[in-house]
Design a protein around this ligand. Structure first.
Ligand code: ZN
Length: 112
């Protein structure tokens, strides 16, 4: 499962960080783009599995979902997509330039 390997690398990274600071991680904050290809629910349950038997057991994964935003040249503005189609919701022009929505990044660790 794709999400499990991602969860395991998140846990590994957080574990390493905790070890260096000689602290305990109570929560990991993650930004997850709508185009990342990751299913939030699957990642959450994978995280629980990945934490088992590690110092992160019992910690939380806090996911902030990032909607897809594109750049519309016609409007010269960033627009949030309202549909799965890559067209500007204001002027209807095709908007192939993705500004946000592919994120998969750890933004913060809560440490005790
Ligand atoms: Zn537009």
């Amino acid at each position: 499962m794709h999400e499990l390997s991602i969860a395991m690398s998140i846990v590994e990274m957080a574990e390493e960080e905790a070890r260096q600071r000689n602290a305990r991680v109570s929560a990991v904050h993650l930004k997850l783009g709508a185009l990342s290809g990751i299913v939030k629910e699957a990642l959450l349950s994978s995280y629980g599995i990945a934490c088992d038997g590690t110092p992160l057991e019992g910690s939380r994964l806090v996911i902030e979902e990032v909607p897809v935003e594109v750049y519309c040249e016609g409007c010269a503005a960033e627009r949030r997509l309202a549909t799965p189609w890559f067209v500007c919701p204001e002027c209807g022009a095709a908007t192939p330039t993705i500004v946000r929505g592919k994120e998969l990044e750890v933004t913060a660790l809560e440490i005790q």
